[in-house]
Ligand binder design. Structure first.
Ligand code: G
Ligand code: G
Ligand code: MN
Ligand code: NA
Length: 255
């Protein structure tokens, strides 16, 4: 299957769609926000997960226009939700590929999408990965500082799976860490020694960062994460990624 040709047309044909996975606060169980996750409604292959096409999009640079589409779609969705449900405030996390972050038009695109939709910048959280711009640390830092200066929040995704050094991490102006689900998996019903997660949480506390656990699938993981001081969590235990319509249903039912 050659996805490359189709990937080029997918934007024009409006074949991408976003699903939103809820993120909950472990202290008081309130709905903190959502992570936006792209899918491709392929004309013959059905609904494709990002794992099937994001790597290709990154190789071909199509990730830049696709990433812009995600940013604009998230802002349009946030605008409608904030108009329709003004009593609830929540954020949306957007995943950024390294290539997209380093692209010269990124900050401009983000600000234009926020301005046009009147979405407050603090509602938009950007997830970057540990490996981002390791070869150009000064440039990355400047881009992140520009985004922060405009009020956006920054999150380090898949934390612990990459090769970044601690000094690299502490030099970046980030607000939170997302603990990769491979570490959450280590929390089993019988294993009470969660030294890796424990270490990540201590590190985060020391650096004044909030922590979001990913891939939480069991009640005993929620209990343990709460005990360890984890701030937020997402995963199948709470909810799978939802369609836009399911998000509306959640907002109506929950409040
Ligand atoms: O939803 P799912 O678990 O299949 O997502 C798989 C991976 O795809 C995740 O690691 C996520 O970071 C990535 N991903 C999802 N949506 C986007 C997106 O809009 N942009 C980028 N760059 N990556 C995404
Ligand atoms: O950005 P990131 O790579 O973390 O993307 C999150 C991915 O993890 C999404 O594709 C989402 O569908 C998937 N996911 C979300 N919750 C769970 C979970 O509880 N268990 C597992 N195995 N995958 C999950
Ligand atoms: Mn993510
Ligand atoms: Na992740």
């Amino acid at each position: 299957l050659s996805l490359e040709v189709g990937l080029q047309q997918a934007l024009e044909r409006d074949e991408f769609t976003l699903h939103y996975q809820p993120i909950y606060c472990l202290k008081d169980n309130h709905l903190y926000g959502f992570e936006a996750l792209i899918r491709w409604q392929h004309p013959t292959e059905g609904l494709l997960s990002p794992e099937r096409f994001i790597p290709l999009a990154e190789e071909t640079s199509l990730i830049v226009p696709i990433g812009d589409w995600v940013l604009w779609q998230v802002c349009r969705d946030l605008q409608r939700w904030q108009e329709q449900y003004p009593q609830h405030s929540f954020c949306v996390n957007v995943n950024l590929s390294n290539r997209q972050l380093m692209h010269p038009s990124l900050v401009e695109q983000v600000l234009a999408a926020l301005e046009q939709t009147q979405v407050p910048p603090e509602s938009l959280h950007l997830e970057i990965t540990e490996s981002v711009g390791m070869d150009k640390p000064e440039q990355v830092r400047d881009i992140l500082l520009a985004l922060k200066a405009h009020g956006l929040k920054l999150s380090m995704d898949d934390f612990g799976t990459g090769y970044s050094s601690l000094s690299y991490l502490t030099n970046l102006p980030i607000d939170s860490l997302k603990v990769d689900r491979s570490f959450v998996k280590l929390i089993t019903e019988t294993n009470q020694q969660h030294s890796v997660i424990d270490a990540i949480l201590s590190l985060a506390k020391g650096l004044n960062l909030e922590v979001v656990a990913e891939g939480v699938e069991h009640a005993y993981q929620v209990i343990r994460l709460r005990e360890l001081g984890c701030d937020y969590a997402q995963g199948y235990y709470f909810s799978r990624p939802l369609t836009r319509e399911q998000v509306d249903q959640l907002l109506v039912e929950r409040y």
